[in-house]
Design a protein around this ligand. Structure first.
Ligand SMILES: [Zn+2]
Length: 491
């Protein structure tokens, strides 16, 4: 490990934990409780694999193997996962894994002999003592196996924690406008820092800039979390960062009962169709479509895949709400845009950081084209309509002197939360009561639920419109993000 890892990123606590974990396994071995060869080998494998997990994670993302890392792995679908792995596999990691394989074969041969029953008993006693000590000191949080279990448990716990309100009825909802169409565009991994619309030095959003005077642009909106599966349910349901286990109402249900036809178009694959909270929300729509089912073959489905169905839906008569979940600027950045959008180019002299930044900016440029096209098509319908665009969360692309890209709950950066948020309205749009535009309003996306309803002039009886970013009665609040951090005081 010493040869491979940048020691400045290794935590002392993790080293202590590694040592104690090692001791506990040796003790278990010496105590001879199971004498079979198989048990000895299994224990040895367990240890070698453990070292491999931790070290590769230090090499790849400069941090310990945590439960949030595990969460990220489960959250990704197979295609994203292979892109993720391919981006992190490098020479160091391969060499390290080979060495670990060899050391497994060597350690496996060492024989521990111990026929003294008193010593055996003592061994087991100390083993249990070490495990208890790990638990009580909190050092167990550093253990890769512990984190694997915790990450998997956390994932399923989250998915099962959302129970939808089944008693919603038309009587609970008041509609006070004649608006006809809402398009809710949910971007992916796009930080506003890379958007020209927000002052980025590169021309990454020329089309949106050309219609800037038609947009209500907000420049102090943040996400609650850095993972899609944690963020999206809080956005489009009554769930917010304060209540985690409760019966919730989703925007889809609200609009269904307010007389809108609801649609869900997603250029993302349902991870496991029935368990995932986002897919559950989508399934309440009148019609929903996921474009990424066969993703092992079509490894780079571009966001334009949603456009033809979008046009068809817009032609249908009647009031409607269309949710569009893009793949946006999700890693692998280089696969998010067609060649014609490769405007920022790298050469042989570019390092990894420059290359990825260029790719990311090209993906932002393509995203500009997609969102602009969605707006123009909507404008052509000549209806009382509005389109709202925001990203689920941001992305760290080597910002603030960091040496990594992506998202990680253990190494939070400001840009993982700073998202674009703007609204386009048609000339005939029927603005709701108490509408007010304040560009600099400090807002967090768990109150999108109330804001979008307010914008459309649709109100469920339990909604509090002082949460709406569009309201002149908007109440400012503390913005508490993941891990209980106060965003405005911490960054
Ligand atoms: Zn996401």
């Amino acid at each position: 490990m010493a040869l491979f890892v940048d020691w400045s990123v290794v935590e002392i606590g993790d080293l202590c934990e590694d040592f104690l974990f090692f001791m506990s396994l040796v003790l278990l071995q010496i105590s001879n409780i199971l004498k079979s060869r198989f048990f000895t080998n299994a224990l040895c494998f367990l240890y070698v694999f453990y070292i491999a997990l931790e070290t590769t994670s230090y090499i790849a993302i400069s941090t310990n193997f945590t439960s949030s890392y595990m969460f990220l792995l489960i959250e990704s679908n197979q295609r994203e996962l292979s892109e993720f792995v391919s981006s992190y596999i490098n020479f160091k990691i391969i060499l390290f894994l080979i060495l670990m394989g060899i050391s497994f074969l060597i350690i496996k041969k060492i024989k521990f002999e111990n026929k003294n029953f008193v010593k055996q008993g003592l061994g087991i006693f100390i083993f249990l003592g070490i495990i208890a000590a790990l638990k009580f000191t909190g050092l167990i949080e550093k253990n890769a196996y512990y984190n694997t279990v915790r990450g998997v448990y956390g994932y399923f716990d989250l998915q099962n924690s959302v129970n939808f309100n089944s008693k919603l009825s038309k009587e609970d909802i008041k509609v006070s406008s004649n608006n006809e169409v809402l398009v809710f565009v949910l971007g992916e991994s796009t930080t506003r820092r890379h958007m020209q619309l927000y002052g980025y030095s590169r021309e990454t959003t020329p089309l949106l800039n050309s219609i800037e005077d038609r947009l209500f642009v907000y420049d102090n909106v943040i996400s609650t979390d850095v993972f899609t599966l944690k963020v999206v349910p809080k956005m489009i349901t009554s769930l917010d960062e304060t209540n985690t286990r409760t019966t919730v109402t989703s925007l889809v249900q609200v609009f269904n009962n307010a007389g809108f036809k609801t649609f869900w178009l997603a250029n993302q694959r349902p991870i496991s169709y029935h368990d995932n909270a986002i897919n559950k929300i989508a399934s309440y729509c009148y019609d929903h479509k996921f474009y990424n089912y066969k993703d092992d073959v079509y490894t780079n489905i571009l966001d334009e895949v949603v456009l033809s169905d979008y046009s068809e839906i817009l032609k249908e008569p009647g009031k409607k709400v269309i949710f569009i979940k893009l793949l946006g600027t999700h890693f692998n950045y280089s696969k998010r845009y067609p060649k014609s959008f490769a405007k920022f180019l790298s050469d042989e002299k570019s390092n990894k950081e420059d290359k990825l930044t260029n790719q990311y900016d090209n993906a932002v440029l393509y995203n500009d084209f997609i969102v602009y096209t969605l707006i123009k098509e909507l404008e052509n319908t000549n209806t009382k309509s509005t389109l709202l665009y925001l990203s689920d969360h941001g992305e760290n692309v080597y910002h603030e002197g960091t040496d990594f890209f992506g998202r990680n709950e253990q190494r939070l950066t400001k840009s993982m939360f700073e998202i674009p948020f703007f609204v386009w309205t048609s000339k005939t749009f029927d603005f709701p009561e108490a509408f007010q535009y304040q560009r600099k309003r400090a807002f967090m996306t768990d109150h999108i639920y109330e804001s979008v309803s307010h914008l459309l002039g649709v109100k469920h009886k339990d909604m509090d419109f002082t949460r709406s970013i569009f309201s002149k009665n908007f109440k400012k609040r503390k913005r508490i993000i993941v891990n209980g951090i106060d965003f405005d005081n911490s960054f």
